[in-house]
Ligand binder design. Sequence first.
Ligand code: ATR
Length: 275
Amino acid sequence: MADHPTAFVTGFPIRHSRSPLIHGHWLKKYGLDGSYQAIEVAPEGFADFVHNLQNNGFVGGNVTIPHKESAFALCSRHDTAAMEIGAVNTLWFEDGVLWGGNTDAYGFVANLDAMSPRWDERKSALVLGAGGASRAVVYALKQRGFTDIRIVNRTVERAKELADRLGCGISAHEWRMVPELLGDSALIVNTTSLGMEGKADESIDLTAAAPDALVTDIVYVPLETPLLKTARARGLKTVDGLGMLLHQAVPGFERWFGTRPDVTPELRKVILADM
Ligand code: ATR
């Protein structure tokens, strides 16, 4: 057992995770005595892994695909974001019990705050996709006071479920409605796997987007997704998804290691060098 605080990231598979690089960079930068490791755990072993965290000397860790919903079910307490989103990406111990939090929504807004001040002045957004990532984004936008959030999804029923779950000010639409919805959306967010490396590299037609719209993608491999390329070609403002990954790591690091870390251009370079 390590004699210093040890945290982990677990998923299945886990080899592509950038979290060890992020936390390793901060541990070194702040001269902290701690460690952070990637541990691959198959779904059938996940509950055992979680039950044995303290026996194995862990102070907490990150959880990624496909364990975020299972992690939610295994925690004794949850922060508000995890309760609203129904998924957990950060685990820690407090008052002797296992807590689960969700920092994806925090990461999403912190990235936009850092990269595009005043991004939230107009409270209307078009969100592409209705999966787990979309839940975090829609929750984040609601928290920021967005009053008109339109979700479009290939499978419209999923968009409807999400709209119903997260309440007023949110509407669900079919994918074909995108051109009509673009015009008065101040923020356009892709949360689907479209554009992700190895997946369909389609973009969407942004011809009808408002000239002052901000376009952001939560996909960060590749960094310049087809959607962001299309947006730039039209002269629209864009923010890529890498910053969300970096910012979502901040609250966990602070809980486990006691120092609130900064997201810096230097950290971004470290991750980009590994891509
Ligand atoms: P995550 O947790 O990363 O959000 P997910 O829950 O599997 O992953 O959701 C993936 C999202 O990408 C969904 O909105 C999905 O649309 P469906 O609900 O219709 O499946 C969307 N998606 C995936 N491939 C797509 C494609 N080729 N065209 C449009 N949307 C796609």
